[in-house]
Design a protein around this ligand. Structure first.
Ligand code: 5GP
Ligand code: ZN
Length: 114
């Protein structure tokens, strides 16, 4: 989608630190990490958020979940544990309207799921 930040990152127009990539999914480091491991997993196709993801085919949704697990494995946080978060809408403080999963790990999590 024109002007969408994560579409531009997916297209390589804006640089990112890539962790994993395949035909449909890109995972890259969050610019403002909230944990020692903080990776964003996005579909390359524009989807505005978790709610609108219901319109996607099952395989696309499964690919995101699988990529998040793969990222956890690649980052070495499977045994220690990790959290996957997807914010949807204003109350959740979604700031980028392109579906993304936060993969967080490398420290003990506390508080409000963050
Ligand atoms: P949200 O707040 O929508 O759940 O998550 C958006 C995330 O994108 C935030 O954690 C923010 O730090 C990250 N972010 C915003 N702009 C950029 C950017 O240009 N590059 C990268 N790598 N992350 C970004
Ligand atoms: Zn987008």
């Amino acid at each position: 989608m024109n002007g969408c930040l994560f579409c531009r990152i997916a297209a390589g127009e804006i640089p990112s630190t890539k962790v994993y990539e395949d035909e449909h999914v890109l995972a890259f480091r969050d610019i403002a990490p909230q944990a020692p491991v903080h990776v964003l997993v996005i579909p390359k196709k524009h989807v505005s958020g978790w709610y609108d993801a219901q319109g996607e085919d099952d395989a696309s949704l499964a690919r995101l979940m699988r990529a998040a697990a793969k990222v956890a494995q690649m980052e070495g946080i499977v045994q220690s544990g990790f959290r996957v978060v997807s914010n949807c809408g204003p109350d959740a403080q979604q700031t980028v309207p392109h579906l993304h999963l936060h993969v967080l790990g490398g420290r003990a999590m506390a508080g409000e799921m963050a």
